[in-house]
Design a protein around this ligand. Structure first.
Ligand SMILES: Cc1ncc(COP(=O)(O)O)c(C=O)c1O
Length: 474
């Protein structure tokens, strides 16, 4: 029976052409990791496509697998580990708290959430916070808050509120949130999506004003990432954030910045909006607010907006729990005390200098190196590399001890913990150079030129190819 099941499992993996979860040849990973990957494949939903490496222990920027091999983390759990893995101050905070009190629910008060609330609001200069857990919940909260404000304050007619979001955005995976997504994989067969959403091109203030003019009376909020992360670290043109601020004031629309990935020092400033010294009406934080230890998210706004939500209208059992509260305070302390924003800005410059050197050596393969602080991407030239993808390059980086994850077919995001050292950064760019110099020629020869569906990247919503995927009719 067991052998029949493993055979079925093996066959189903072989047969699934697209996005294989656990394409792990026995020889590519040592035995304990191999067993764990297969166990996960067997018993967990196949909703991710991980690089085949098993995290077993971590400290700062270093990861060890169960066999004791060390890697350098160049993803930071999608920027949730800005402070570095197992940061001693954050670990100590949770260890001390876990013995005392873990959960009150907000049916009652606890002695840690008020401290966190005061701390977070004063650090970011807002009147109030609404605490949640995951990033997607934070975004949901901001959407609900904007709608409430729209009806109560802006007097939008009942059920007619509109939220504007950007093409290429990523705000999470819940139904309301994917209703704004341009990624077909995130939306197909999950319909019907939530109504009340319109899209605009990211970085285009003229298009934004056009849509504000046309639908302004019904628009409650404009939700955007100041730097689009999942889309491939897309930085808006200079002046865009300022224009957004002006337009939102002009048309009485809430400016809602999703800083879940770009915030908390990742981009070299505390918030990415700080690059243009712009203060949004609503800020959403998550990821590194929990220091890579537990999920903590938060929505920040002033009283005239936040108090539109009344008791009983929104909440979460775990939001504002004492463990999350002490972890968040320690995470914020670490960012401030260790000057992580400044560090990110400085090291980011250095990393881009190194990566541009690699680009100059391989201009045919690297289209662009871009980023702010330690929020960076290397965009590959999909045509020159075809059939090798960014994922294949990441597999080779992994073999060379560097853990990075592609976003879309041709972009590698490089977002190490902000505590990374200069020498470790150099290891990362050297590994990329070595992959292009030593591994790629072999990969190009060996990988079969199978045709995969470029049409899946044509946005269902607008019919454009947003992610510049490779034209496979080569
Ligand atoms: C900008 C942005 N918003 C929201 C989310 C969703 O966060 P979570 O995965 O914690 O729900 C993400 C996650 O990558 C993100 O990058």
């Amino acid at each position: 029976m067991a052998s029949k099941r493993s055979l079925q499992c093996f066959m189903s993996r072989l047969c699934r052409g697209r996005r294989m979860f656990a394409a792990v040849p026995e020889s590519s990973v040592a035995s304990s990791s191999h067993k764990l990957i297969n166990l996960e494949y067997e018993y967990s939903a196949h909703n991710y496509h991980p690089i085949p490496v098993v995290y077993s222990q971590a400290k700062g920027s270093s990861i060890w697998d169960p066999e004791g091999k060390r890697y350098l983390d160049f993803l930071s759990a999608y920027s949730a580990v800005n402070q570095g893995h197992c940061h001693p101050k954050i670990v100590k905070a949770i260890q001390e708290q876990v013995e005392k009190l873990t959960l009150s629910s907000r049916a009652f008060y606890n002695d840690k959430f008020p401290i966190f609330a005061e701390r977070l609001t004063s650090m970011f200069g807002y009147d109030m916070v609404l605490p949640m857990n995951t990033g997607a919940e934070g975004v949901e909260t901001a959407l609900k808050l904007a709608r409430k404000w729209g009806y109560k304050k802006k007097k939008i007619p009942k059920d007619e509120a509109i939220i504007i979001s950007c093409c290429g955005c990523f705000h999470g995976r819940t139904l309301a949130v994917i209703s704004m997504s341009c990624d077909n994989e995130a939306t197909r067969d999950f319909g019907p999506l939530l109504p009340g959403h319109l899209k605009v091109d990211f970085g285009d203030a003229v298009a934004l004003e056009k849509i504000f003019k046309e639908y302004g009376d019904r628009i409650a909020g404009f939700l955007f990432e100041p730097i689009q992360g999942e889309a491939g670290v897309i930085i808006p043109p200079d002046g865009y954030l300022k224009s957004v601020r002006e337009l939102c004031w002009k048309y009485n629309i809430l400016m809602i910045a999703d800083e879940i990935q770009s915030g908390l020092a990742r981009s070299g400033k505390l918030l990415a909006c700080d690059w243009e010294e712009v203060r949004p009406d609503v800020v959403i934080l998550g990821k590194a607010l929990g220091g890579g230890v537990i999920p903590v998210s938060a929505v920040l706004a002033d009283k005239d907006i936040m108090l539109c939500i009344q008791p009983g209208e929104h909440g979460s059992t775990f939001g504002g729990n004492p463990l999350a509260s002490v972890v968040a305070v320690a995470s914020l302390d670490a960012i401030r005390e260790e000057k992580l924003a400044e560090r990110s800005a400085r090291l980011g410059e250095e990393l881009r200098t190194q990566l541009i050197k690699v680009q100059n050596q391989y201009p045919d393969y690297i289209k662009e190196v871009r980023g702010r602080g330690l929020f960076n991407a290397v965009e590959l030239n999909g045509k020159a590399l075809f059939p090798v993808s960014a994922y294949d390059i990441c597999l080779k980086l992994k073999e060379r001890g560097i853990l990075a994850k592609p976003t879309h077919d041709t972009i590698i995001r490089l977002t190490p913990p902000l505590s990374i050292s200069l020498a470790e950064l150099q290891e990362g760019s050297k590994a990329l150079r070595d992959v292009l110099e030593l591994d790629l020629p072999k990969m190009l020869k060996e990988k079969p030129h199978s045709v995969s569906s470029s049409s899946s990247h044509i946005c269902d919503r607008c019919g454009r190819n947003l992610y510049g995927s490779v034209d496979k009719d080569l």
